[in-house]
Design a binder for this molecule. Sequence first.
Ligand SMILES: C[S@@+](CC[C@H](N)C(=O)[O-])C[C@H]1O[C@@H](n2cnc3c(N)ncnc32)[C@H](O)[C@@H]1O
Ligand SMILES: [Zn+2]
Length: 318
Amino acid sequence: MSTRLTARSKLARNPAPPVIDYEGSQYRTDFWEGQGRQYEDAAERLALQELLPAQGRRIVELGAGYGRLADLYLGYEQIVLFDYSRTLLQEAAAQRGDDPRFVFVAGNLYDLALATGAMDTVVMVRVMHHLADVPRALTQIRRVMHRESAAVLEYANKRNLKALARWALRRQSWSPLDTKPVEFVELNYDFHPAWMWSRLEEANLRVQRQLAVSHFRAGFLKQALPAHTLAHLDRRLFAVGGRYPLAPSVFVQATAPEAGASVLADSEPADITALLRCPVCKTDNVLVRHADDQLACSECETRFARRDGVWDLKEPLE
Ligand SMILES: C[S@@+](CC[C@H](N)C(=O)[O-])C[C@H]1O[C@@H](n2cnc3c(N)ncnc32)[C@H](O)[C@@H]1O
Ligand SMILES: [Zn+2]
């Protein structure tokens, strides 16, 4: 009981911004499968194929949902799918749980439960647009990187052609040229490329490449051409469009050249206690495995459980 109170009061002292709740959502079938978004999916995969180092030791996808993109990470020795929604991760675990390379972690990326310098590659797609506090998220992303890591981060671009046209026709109140983020629906934001670039710089993340993606996100085009063809046409515009993005989605590849060395170089990829950090006392290397399905923090004594294949670092055990 006292452990629980300690854990909760520590979490309360550094409250995270509001988080969009996908718990129990049917994201796979409500948004992707059967919803006419094969083009977007194909284009995002092509962008990731261009920007992701194809192989490495450890990769994490933040806000991985049900694992839509998980097959792109199979060149890695350890693949962490991290999300706030336990139910979406349970879906991912039901599909990928038999592969020992996968680790499923429920948590809040604002208090990222991954060890400092632990990741070779960090991916985040279709998540930035839900973040009320981008600088806090970028600080966490930078913290888990080492000096040879790459982060591949996608965000929704407010300065896109459709928004520009709507604004010119006075069918939209906000200006796509204004650099401030726009919250068009609660916890749904579009960002200006210049604003995002500044936040990345402030977080000590150095942009190496920038791609503009999904130029052809329009019903009539998607009906006229097969998704695969449209995505390959889009690919031809990725790099040139990335110089002054006007597409609705932007992918950046960033490095953290001033970060420390990789901390996990000598540990076994299978050792998840070296990979994780306690989200309550925010200390690396203090989680100890108890039995098969529990972790306990040797610093603050908080305990966490694995259920249905998902490590729950969002809610400590009672
Ligand atoms: C639109 S879905 C994208 C899922 C996946 N990246 C994809 O592209 O298929 C957004 C995901 O981000 C997760 N998310 C949002 N805010 C988060 C946070 N603060 N910490 C962890 N996950 C978060 C949600 O739970 C949800 O699964
Ligand atoms: Zn702890």
